[in-house]
Design a protein around this ligand. Structure first.
Ligand SMILES: [Zn+2]
Ligand SMILES: [Zn+2]
Length: 250
């Protein structure tokens, strides 16, 4: 977790407290649980992912690095778009491949969306991001510094799109380009999981429009997924849930 991310969390929580979009109890059920996922993502997941990153991503790529120049800005923007494109497809895979979906269920276990819901990320997904997004970009020549910056932007954006902050209505046009809290809220609606999900975009929302996986609005409000009732309740059990042996049903 980056220092920037550590500073962003209390700022977003303060905005949720003073300018909430939906009426909710701030210290709701699940608040402490979300903080538990914060501890797991800071202390447990990096034991594996940091080592893997060191092995898979070279410090210096083939010149595609951060520089204060027009060329550097172009490389950063190209990297951001490619990074987000790969994330879009990764998100589609985690909804349709059973093992990955078992990991991603943790993210969809929130029954109220707040900034801290972004912390509910399965271990397998963090590894999958490294293999599916970071490593191919490193092979294309993007260096570790740039990839670390893109990896740091993603969770910060995640806190905003999951947040319960009342944004000005005048900014509605932003969702034509960027994924917003309203846009991502639809992704968490329970009934949409019948169709393996909608609104998969992470940073830019246009991927969903181009690949026809967008739902712009919905009268539904219930969050979660089919089968949430039988999903483990203990946070640690949820974290290791995808790795648990399941006896095939007779
Ligand atoms: Zn999802
Ligand atoms: Zn989400």
């Amino acid at each position: 977790m980056s220092l920037f991310e550590i500073l962003v969390i209390p700022a977003v929580l303060a905005l949720e407290y003073f300018f909430p979009k939906r009426k909710t109890v701030f210290f709701r059920k699940g608040f402490v649980e979300d903080l538990g996922y914060l501890v797991l993502s800071v202390y447990c997941t990096p034991i594996v992912t940091d080592r893997l990153r060191e092995i898979l991503v070279r410090p210096h790529g083939s010149g595609l690095s951060l520089k204060f120049s027009y060329e550097g800005v172009a490389v950063f923007l190209a990297g951001l778009v490619l990074f987000d494109f790969l994330l879009y497809w990764m998100h589609r895979f985690v909804h349709s491949v059973p093992l990955l979906w078992r990991s991603h269920q943790l993210h969809h276990s929130s029954q109220e969306l707040t900034a801290l819901s972004a912390l509910r990320n399965g271990f397998f997904e963090d590894v999958f991001i490294l293999l599916w997004v970071t490593t191919p970009m490193a092979l294309l020549g993007f260096d570790r510094e740039l990839l670390n910056l893109l990896s740091a932007i993603l969770p910060v954006h995640g806190y905003l799109v999951h947040s319960n902050i009342r944004f000005p209505k005048r900014g509605a046009w932003i969702s034509r380009v960027f994924c917003t809290p309203c846009f991502h809220y639809i992704h968490h609606l329970k009934y949409l999981h019948h169709a393996y999900g909608q609104n998969f975009s992470a940073i830019f929302s246009f991927w969903d429009r181009w690949f026809q996986t967008v739902t712009e609005s919905s009268g539904q409000v219930e969050l979660g997924f089919q089968g949430l009732e039988s999903y483990p309740r203990n946070p640690l059990a949820r974290y290791i849930y995808p790795a648990r042996f399941r006896r095939p049903s007779a």
